[in-house]
Design a protein around this ligand. Structure first.
Ligand code: NCD
Length: 255
């Protein structure tokens, strides 16, 4: 049930299900479902429960997947809930990091860009907090990592640093995880225009450094195309890793 746009998440879930020998039904936006006629998400989810063995939900409201999981009896996978969480993206991010370095412990990882509205970095910060890592949160003042998340990390004695200048951290980290400014989540377009293009990773910035560049995609202008053909580029591999990781998730959850 995809109520918000998606390319990689939706197609990789579909591919994964088909490669496991299963099949998928669904819709790509609320316009082609009866939600557009005023049906509640709860009723729509109940119908899907009758037609399939698991639900993958993307919605612009935080907490929708959790809400649906309380009212249906099949597994529910959160494929992104507004500015909340994106846990399956995090599993493929961790998989990509582990494949690259052979470990996650002891790495220094920078999460960059829209840390306020970016659901991928919310889930990733929590997950990295389960390891012995150092995190650098790089954002403009207006788009800092939410206080509740920082508070949870502090409770668990996780080391993190907040920074607004990307240049100050490129020599310190193993991973640059850059994200798109989430234009669609801004109430006021003027606020978006103030932070648009705040961070750009290009070849000049990272040449000679010992790090990798990751991005959940889609990118707008955060990574210059001159990085694409370099050894630093791990963002396409990251997207390819979505299939084996989501196959594993589906196989684990759907009996
Ligand atoms: C992300 C998302 O939807 O949160 N995309 C994805 O699933 N790979 C990132 C984004 O939209 O910026």
């Amino acid at each position: 049930m995809f109520f918000e746009p998606s390319t990689r998440t939706k197609l990789s879930f579909e591919t994964s299900m088909k490669r496991l020998g299963g099949d998928c039904i669904g819709f790509e936006n609320s316009i082609t479902s009866s939600v557009s006629k005023g049906e509640s998400i709860a009723d729509t989810a109940k119908m899907f429960e009758a037609y399939c063995d698991g639900l993958v939900i993307r919605h612009d409201l935080e907490g929708v997947s959790k809400f649906i999981s309380d009212i249906v009896n099949v597994p529910v996978i959160n494929a992104g809930d507004g500015a909340g969480q994106h846990p399956t993206q995090t599993l493929l991010d961790l998989y990509t990091i582990k494949k690259e370095f052979g470990k996650i412990d002891s790495l220094k990882i920078a999460l960059i860009g829209d840390l306020k509205y970016g659901r991928t970095v919310h889930s990733l910060a929590y997950a990295l907090g389960l390891y012995d890592v150092e995190m650098y949160f790089v954002s403009p003042d207006e788009l800092k990592m939410p206080k509740e998340i920082l508070h949870d990390l502090e409770k668990n004695n996780i080391t993190y640093f907040e920074e607004d200048n990307l240049k100050n951290i490129v020599d310190k980290v193993d991973v640059l995880y850059i994200t798109r400014i989430q234009k669609e989540r801004f109430g006021d377009i003027e606020e978006y225009l103030k932070v648009k293009g705040a961070y750009i990773v290009d070849k000049d910035l990272i040449e000679g450094k010992d790090l990798i560049v990751m991005h959940p995609l889609p990118r707008i202008d955060e990574i210059n195309q001159d990085v694409d053909d370099t050894k630093y580029n791990k963002y396409f591999e990251q997207a390819f890793n979505a299939v084996p990781v989501r196959m594993a998730i589906l196989k684990t959850l759907i009996k």
